[in-house]
Design a protein around this ligand. Sequence first.
Ligand code: ATP
Ligand code: MG
Ligand code: FE
Length: 354
Amino acid sequence: LRVLGIETSCDETAAALVERAPDGSGAIVSNVVMSQIEEHAAFGGVVPELAARAHVAVLDTLVAEALSQGNVALGDVDAIAATAGPGLIGGLIVGLMTGKALARAADKPLYAINHLEGHALTARLTDGVAFPYLMLLVSGGHTQLVLAKGVGKYRRWGTTIDDALGEAFDKTAKLLGLGYPGGPAVEAAARTGDPRRFAFPRPLRGNPGLDFSFSGLKTAVRQAAEALVPLADQDVADIVASFQAAIVDTLKERLSRAAARFRDECEAADPTLVVAGGVAANGAIRAMLTDFCAGEGFRFVAPQPALCTDNAAMIAWAGAERAALGLPPAEMTVAARSRWPLDETADALIGSGR
Ligand code: ATP
Ligand code: MG
Ligand code: FE
C-alpha cells in the first residue's frame, strides 16, 4: 500500500511517500519538507497569511519532488492523505484542496487526516509500536498526554490550559533576546547556566488531573529578568537553565501520574511511552524521559527529530493505516477544520464534512 501525504497545517510545507507492507511494517520512500522559519523569523512567530501564501507557492513542487524521488507516478499511488486540521485554516485549505485535486485527477481515494493523529501514529511507522501506548506530544501548538488505543481511537488525558510548551520556550527566548525559534536557543544557553539559581514555579504540581499550565512559569521568568536589568550573559544562562529545570520537573510529575493511570486502565504486555513534537528534540527533556522510562519499566520510543516535528510522512502513514483497515476515505466535500480535538477523530467523523 503506497500513500502520498501532504502537510500544510502550520509553517512547514511537506510532501512524502510511504509504503505499508501487509505485515503492518512501514517504510518512508521519500520525505520532503520546506520550513518557512526564515520567512517568519522577522516577526518572532508564524504569520498565518504569509504561511498560507508560502504553502501555495511551493506545494506543487514538493509533491512532484516527493514522487520523483520515489520514482513513482501519481497513478501508481494507492491513496492520497492530506492534513485537514487542526491548524491555521489558510494553510489547511491549501493542502486539503491540493489533495482533493490530486485524488480527483488520479481517481484515488483521499484521506483527510487529523494532524495530531499523524504525530500519534508515527511511532508505529518508525518502531512498529503496538496499541495501546501512551504519547506525550510537545510542540509549538500542542502539549498533550494521549492514550492511543487504536487507529482512530484516542483519549486525550491531559492538555495545556494556557500556553503550549514550545510556545513557552519561544516566548522565553523572545523575552531574553535569544531569537526565534526559541527552543534550540534556550537549550544552548541553558548549558552554561545554573539550574538552581532561580526557584521557578512547577505549575499544577500535585494537581490530580493530567493537564499542564505554563503561563505562570512565563510570568515568573519575566519578573526574574526584569529584576536583574541590565542582564549579563550569565544571568540569561541561569534564568533559562532554571526555566528548563522547572519544565523537566513538571513533565516528570505529570508523566508519573499518567504512567500510573496507564497501568491501572490498560492491559499492555510492553508498556510504552512515545514522544512527539518539536520540543522532543530537547536534550534535557529526552534525558529525563529516558531515565523516567527506565525507572518505570516503560519502553521509550522517540522517533528521530525530523519525524517528531511536522512532516508529511506521518500524514501519509496515518492514511496508510486507515486504508489498511478498510476505513472509508473522505468525501470530496470534506472541509478543513482549524480546531479538531484528537478524541473526535472517530471513524464516523471522517468524511462527514465537519
Ligand atoms: P504543531 O505541530 O503543534 O502544529 P509547530 O509546528 O510549531 O506546532 P513543531 O514544528 O513540532 O511544532 O515544533 C516547533 C516547536 O519546538 C517550537 O516551539 C520550538 O521552539 C520547539 N523546539 C525545537 N527545538 C527545541 C529544543 N531543542 N528545545 C525546546 N524546544 C524546541
Ligand atoms: Mg513547525
Ligand atoms: Fe505538529
